[in-house]
Design a protein around this ligand. Structure first.
Ligand code: MN
Length: 295
């Protein structure tokens, strides 16, 4: 099992100096830094290589998260948007290969956050999503992408996949449609599971061997181990399914900027949001997570 943290914990905007956070994650003892896909299309080849070099030097594995913009919605009812989205993802996979990353996670089957004004076509979005993800999975494999994690999101952020049962059913349909999409996997996040799942351990068991990426955080998105999530239960369920993959904490504790707005953080969630205090909280959470999840 490898443990990581999402860089945006420390940021107010959806970009940041990834090299700075690679060094920070390494200094705090993490195996992984998760970065956002959004800024990568703006990087030059040289910048991508620098990120890769920095990660290699600091022995940090990079995973990538993406909340797809509406124009990159692989399930859009508009065929030209679907075509554009697939091209966007192919370019992204090439860039991921360049930085040495083989894992992308998020609402890849849709967009984020969904605009709930107007009508909603869950059945159509589901069916077009399966077709789009099948193509995406096949394309990703050509760039060495081993995991496309379809994140099961709570009802306030997306309508297509809310539960592990839905995510698992979706992934199975994708794999039935496209044999070369074995890299398409279920991704769970304790923050979303807390809202949607009757039983968190059953949700983990439902995903079983299809689980490909795991996000952690407390109910209010504090770092793991500081709130009331049933971590022992979660750890036991992960052990039961022999999960030995990536576990990335995704805390958000600061209001302000586009990150605060998109995540809907309207107050300081922890008493001290200075960088030193955030570092210290992350370090403690990593120790807690390693201890409670280690097989
Ligand atoms: Mn997440």
């Amino acid at each position: 099992m490898q443990h990581g943290i999402y860089y945006a914990y420390w940021e107010h905007e959806w970009d940041g100096d990834y090299k700075y956070y690679i060094k920070k994650a390494a200094a705090l003892g993490f195996d992984i830094l998760e970065i956002a896909a959004g800024p990568l299309p703006g990087y030059t080849k040289n910048q991508l290589r620098e990120v890769r070099k920095c990660a290699e030097e600091n022995r940090i594995r990079l995973t990538v998260g993406y909340g797809p913009a509406p124009e990159n919605n692989i399930a859009s009812p508009d065929a030209s948007v679907r075509t554009h989205a697939l091209e966007f993802y192919k370019d992204l996979f090439e860039r991921m290969e360049e930085i040495g990353s083989d894992l992308l996670g998020g609402a890849l089957y849709s967009c984020w956050p969904v605009d709930y004004h107007g009508t909603l076509d869950k059945k159509g979005d589901w069916e077009r999503g399966i077709e789009g993800i099948a193509k995406m999975g096949k394309a990703a494999a050509q760039y060495g992408i081993r995991t496309l994690g379809l994140e099961c999101l709570n009802r306030f952020e997306n309508h297509v996949i809310n539960t592990s049962e839905e995510g698992t059913r979706f992934v199975k349909s994708v794999r039935e449609l496209e044999k070369e999409a074995g890299n398409v996997k279920v991704m769970l996040d304790t923050f979303h599971m807390n809202i949607e799942e009757e039983s968190i351990s059953n949700a983990i068991r439902t995903a079983g061997e299809l689980l490909g990426h795991f996000h952690t955080g407390e109910c209010n998105r504090m770092v793991p181990g500081t709130g009331r999530m049933p971590w022992k239960v979660i750890g036991d369920a992960l052990k039961e399914i022999h999960y030995d993959g990536t576990v990335v904490m995704e805390p958000f504790v600061m209001p302000g900027g586009q990150v605060g707005k998109d995540i809907k953080v309207w107050r300081e969630i922890v008493p001290d949001i200075s960088e030193n205090a955030l570092d210290e909280d992350a370090k403690k959470a990593l120790e807690f997570q390693r201890k409670i999840f280690e097989i």
